[in-house]
Design a protein around this ligand. Structure first.
Ligand SMILES: [Zn+2]
Length: 322
């Protein structure tokens, strides 16, 4: 049998329900225990297939379910940071973003007893409108970041960003290694390819086709959320909140389960073909990495590398999430 090619396996650990309730309906609630069962389903599959992953964990989930973080680390997976509250960085000021990262980092390091220096922004919320967030991320001690979707994808994405692992030389002089998400180009359109709804709704042969192409050019990366494997209906208060919003919200609420039954079988099939590895296995990190450096200020002239003044930041209310 030919040697298996490696793909990066990444999981954004969040409870879909509490974030959806907050972002869609403005209803605050704590993360539910369903995140635990959902992560355990993934841990079991990964163990079965001999795969290791990077789990980017939300601080609030780590705080409510510390045992879950310990189980992830004990199984040999890499632990990274996914912010604390899943508030989009595109709606936050620099000090608040830093606080989310530093606070979560302290919780995760305390639970795992290891240094935690990998990071993914909530919903890939770093782009051309807020490139300065990269300085905040690096300044909080992060060495490997995977927050950039090099495509236009709804309300996130940074079209034109390199599609390879790069060591970014930030205008302040600090460096940060970026592992952009895997995308696939068709004539006239570039689509995310490695996960989320794109794994749920699209047939497996499409993902495999994208991965074959991506691997020819370097690497391929799966990204997913534990709740995407959760086929149980959401709690009734979710459907009630949606129904109170009217027909469109009610219909949308019926779609949240779409494609979820296919996720575990698709992942299992992918992991039969490829060996899943965490980012730390194959991504250069640290200040002395020998990879070519991309001077960001000159690579992206015209971008604002300083955060705007607080008065200049507006906070549009966003109600949808991927
Ligand atoms: Zn997320």
């Amino acid at each position: 049998m030919a040697e298996q090619k490696e793909i990066f396996l990444t999981v954004d650990v969040e409870d879909g329900i509490n974030i959806l309730m907050r972002d869609a309906f403005g209803i605050a609630m704590e993360p539910t225990a369903r995140v635990v069962g959902n992560v355990e389903r993934l841990l079991a599959l990964f163990e079965q297939r001999g795969a290791l992953a990077t789990f980017f964990i939300l601080g609030e989930v780590a705080q409510f379910y510390p045992g879950l973080v310990k189980r992830i680390a004990a199984a040999g997976h890499e632990v990274g940071i996914h912010g604390f509250s899943h508030t989009l960085y595109s709606r936050m000021e620099a000090p608040a973003i830093r606080e989310e990262i530093v606070r979560t980092r302290a919780i995760l390091e305390d639970l795992t007893g290891r240094e935690v220096t990998a990071h993914r922004a909530p919903a890939f919320s770093v782009g051309p409108a807020n490139p300065w967030v990269l300085e905040v991320i690096a300044g909080a001690g992060i060495r490997v970041d995977s927050s950039i979707m090099p495509a236009t994808a709804g309300r996130y994405g940074w079209p034109g960003f390199p599609r390879e692992i790069i060591v970014m030389e930030l205008p302040s002089g600090t460096t940060l290694t970026e592992v952009p998400l895997t995308v696939a180009s068709l004539p006239g359109v570039t689509l995310p390819a490695g996960g989320g709804g794109y794994l749920r709704y699209f047939p497996l042969f499409w993902t495999e086709y994208c991965f074959r192409r991506a691997l020819r050019n370097g690497y391929a990366m799966v990204y997913m959320h534990p709740y995407e494997t959760d086929t149980e209906p959401y709690p009734s208060r979710y459907y009630e909140a949606a129904a109170a919003r009217g027909t469109v919200a009610r219909l949308k609420s019926r779609l949240v389960q779409a494609g979820k039954k296919s996720v575990i079988p698709k992942l299992a099939a992918l992991l039969d073909h490829y060996r899943g590895v965490p980012l730390r296995q194959g991504v250069p990190s640290g200040p002395d990495v020998g990879s070519p450096r991309v001077p960001m200020a000159s690579a992206f002239p015209g971008y604002a590398w300083q955060p705007p003044s607080p008065e200049a930041i507006s906070f549009p209310m966003v109600s949808a999430r991927p």
